[in-house]
Design a protein around this ligand. Sequence first.
Ligand code: CA
Length: 230
Amino acid sequence: MSHLLLIEDDSDLASGLNASLAQSGYDVTHLTNGNEAVAACNGSNYDVVVLDLGLPDIDGIEALKRMREQGLRAPVLILTARDGLKDRVNGLDAGADDYLGKPFELMELEARVRALLRRTRAGDAEQMKFGSISFDSTERQMFVNGKPLLLTAREIAVLEALLAKAGRIVSKENIFSSIYELESDASTSAIEVYVSRVRKKLDAAGAGVGIRVLRGLGYRLELAEEALSA
Ligand code: CA
């Protein structure tokens, strides 16, 4: 469940948002002023923050700056009745990730929140790691002990599928569908060839990570000690 911090002093709007977000499965914490919000963000682990700019004590932009200074990493969606370009720019400069002008439809607010959460998850995926292997999903580059590992695009896709579920079993069909979205005439036996090539390259690079074959089930990325004791 995603933990959402809602900072909104308009009680009618806040109770509507609160009810609707809770209904959609969010765990909502609602605060009504900037100082409380800054305090609440200190060391917290909210997944997403929805922040009204017009607050009774400190300005929302000021609150946002202080939250970021304290190390808040969660994406922030600002709500503002001030629809001027300058306010939107100030908000984004202060560390907001998106903004929504009042009045807005609940459906749109929820869609924006979902988009921010997706972006966070995509960001997490950029740092996919297992043992000595790491993967930069933006550059589509695999690394072993920080050094680039030379792989073809399909070999990268195979290793990415295994890395995404490192330590767990990944079926051949699963790997297949992550490689051949557009080429349905390919056969799953090709996967064995790619897995074998990736394994050789990992060995050659001294990765200390093995790909274990589980007959009839699929493959599993494992640290070498576990792979050897198979
Ligand atoms: Ca307000």
